[in-house]
Design a protein around this ligand. Sequence first.
Ligand SMILES: NC(=O)c1ccc[n+]([C@@H]2O[C@H](COP(=O)([O-])OP(=O)(O)OC[C@H]3O[C@@H](n4cnc5c(N)ncnc54)[C@H](O)[C@@H]3O)[C@@H](O)[C@H]2O)c1
Length: 314
Amino acid sequence: MILEEIKKIGVAGAGTMGSGIALIFALKGYEVAVTDVSQEYLDNAGRIIQINNSSLIEEKIITEQEAKAAIERISFTIDKKAFCDADVIIEAIIEKMGIKQDFWEEIESMVREDAILATNTSGLSITEICRKVKQKGRFAGMHWWNPPHIIPLIELIKGDETADETIKVLAELVDRIGKKSVVVLKDVNGFIGNRIQFAVFREALKIVEDGIATAQDVDKAMKYGPGFRYPVLGPFETADLGGLDTFYYISSYLFNELSSAKEPTLLLQGLMENKNLGVKTGKGFYDYSGRKGEEAMKRRDRNFFKMLKHIHNA
Ligand SMILES: NC(=O)c1ccc[n+]([C@@H]2O[C@H](COP(=O)([O-])OP(=O)(O)OC[C@H]3O[C@@H](n4cnc5c(N)ncnc54)[C@H](O)[C@@H]3O)[C@@H](O)[C@H]2O)c1
């Protein structure tokens, strides 16, 4: 399979991720077939896609005509045979190993021999997911970030037997749809993004638990300090520009003080036990009672769109 031959994308699972993934491919001119286990889920995906399209139009990222043309390129069906002539099949179904393995065993027997097979798993082993797939060279991890129609990163993960060619074509495809790919060379938990995100989260918890600063000030420090830098410079570029000798000296006294917690910490455990789960229950590190949760999500999306537009126009 080469990039130019890719015309049709199959997306399995019409939930949060599948609907966003389908929309992005359709907006970029690909024919997309979306499947799920029941018509109800497919109808819901149709609604999510309409909502996402409307916000992209409102933000002037796409035009109404582009949105309409994209919808026309997407077909929704419970019949997996829709994948028979797909060039790339992306699985975004429930995060359960057994279900994913059975899904891929069945799908491989009905799709083209040269089709690329990709799973959007958040963290299950790619090598395990394709255990029942015969041609393992064409199977890879393709980890989109939520919301998939906004966040640019897609991590491409090599399973033990993934062919370099498969990763190469997927990377070209990611480029073609205007997203940004990175290659994860080993099939490890958390890939790249979540390993870094959770290293930051673990340290942020420690800072609050040790009484060094409030959660509000940790968030503020992140947004206006390291977070201000990160869209422009990654950690290695930051270190190069700061001077590696300086980074060496800081590492030699600071690494020793950083959290090395091996389990969710007491603060997080307490929030969990009291069902303070964030926006979904009205309280987490912050108060989301009344309309505050909804407002926080709207504010987040507005700011995400500002950054997306910046990347779009750069
Ligand atoms: N939600 C996130 O933030 C996020 C981010 C990155 C990756 N992921 C991963 O993406 C995948 C999907 O997550 P989601 O959040 O979209 O879940 P979701 O629950 O919103 O959607 C999953 C959909 O898959 C369908 N499904 C289940 N079994 C199926 C099968 N055998 N065949 C076809 N469809 C089936 C369900 O009916 C459901 O509609 C998971 O592997 C998840 O770990 C999720």
